[in-house]
Design a binder for this molecule. Sequence first.
Ligand code: NDP
Length: 488
Amino acid sequence: MTTLKEVKTYLNYINGKWTSASTADVYSSINPANKHDIVGRVQISGKEEVDEAVAAAKEAKNSWRKLSGPARGEYLYKVANVLERRIDEIAETMTKEMGKTFPEAKGETARGIAILRYYAGEGMRKVGDVIPATDSEALMFTTRAPLGVVGVITPWNFPVAIPIWKIAPALVYGNTVVLKPAQETAVTALKLIECFDEAELPAGVINIVTGPGSVIGQGIIDHPDINGITFTGSDQVGKRVGQGAFARGAKYQLEMGGKNPVIVANDADLNLAVEGTISGGIRSTGQKCTATSRVIVQSDIYDAFKEKLIQKVKEIKIGDGLQNETWMGPCASEGQLNTVLSYIEKGKEEGATLLVGGKKYEEKGLENGFFVEPTVFENVSNDMAIFQEEIFGPVLALVKVDTIEEALEVANDSKFGLSASIFTTNVGHMLSFIKDMDAGLVRINAESAGVELQAPFGGMKQSSSHSREQGQAAIEFFTSIKTVFVKN
Ligand code: NDP
């Protein structure tokens, strides 16, 4: 256990310097596998620090945008190299701070490195098109202009990958950044920003301010010098960000919740479907926005699927994510554990049948952590909370259907539309699914949780503000098109 003396206090990073907040108040970021283990202390900043960070980003934006794309890309290559050198340390911090297993945390950090390199290369790719002008003496083309200062507000579930997939395109396309990370994973985010510091980005290009969403996040929403806000998190907070940004004419991008279905057709490969459902629904303790939570199974395969699923769920090894044998770590916080437990109670009250799990997990040695048993319900109907609302935990709701048409109808009965998958060997079913499933990411014979950094990512319906992140799609948010007409 960490003693009080050993706990480091992390500062904000503003205008190229590590600085204390004026209040000098701090909070402790704790390990969800053992609440007595303090990972670090973090500043509780106020509006003053938001103002300072925005002023620094505003001051830096003109010289940063004047650099060439390849020159900005060079900085991202440097950040990637530092992060690669520190991968084990940062992945371990992530595991300690939010509970995902060390291999997953390391995989996420490796992805962050790949994203940095992808966008570093993006600095050398084209940013416009030549369009024929009606005047034969003229040249007409498009180019791209950065937004200016971008506010980045991120959640705790991917504390390295999500900040990077917002910051890297923001920077390479010529914007400067103020990051507000989730409080649960602020230490991981601060270590990530240390990598930018080590790569010696010019002062003010990247800034981080820690503290509560209601103050720092709101400060970003309201600040007149922030030209664009990119947000990932819950739909409640996302709506607030969107309304606030819209009200003052700032550009915004929201990636929010999901209630992602998997359809298992009668002709599915049973083992693949069970593996994909468990991996998609329960890995990372179900705390992925693309995690499977509704499992819609055709009647002929239902019993065999259910039996195998339960058997496999019972084999899941729960524990501290730093232990080699652990497959599933704790919920990221006590609040998240309580949310999951309250949804399990709601499921029981509303008449769903609990097949496995359903309780806090308190085996010897784990009683101080926020562990929950992986849980499966059946007899779930479309009007139940566990069918409609995002739980963000390892809870699966089984629904039996007769036909693929019915499966698609059930799958689409949700306000969300982030990701969805189907397990089937029938090409007709695959094509219907691709055409009729309302989700931004549709996957065939693969789990619902899976995102490739070079492809566009984002949801339909209330999962997103309908823009896309990652890949080359990111340029659409982080720049504006400028049409140029040149006449000799
Ligand atoms: P929250 O919406 O609670 O928080 C997200 C961020 O917003 C945090 O940095 C938080 O700060 C900040 N925030 C909180 N209140 C405000 C406010 N009033 N104004 C401005 N900012 C605020 O989400 P979680 O961190 O709990 O993350 C889980 C959610 O994220 C899930 O719903 C999940 O689906 C979604 N998510 C979506 C993804 C996607 O790509 N679609 C990917 C990953 C997660 P603080 O920590 O201080 O509260």
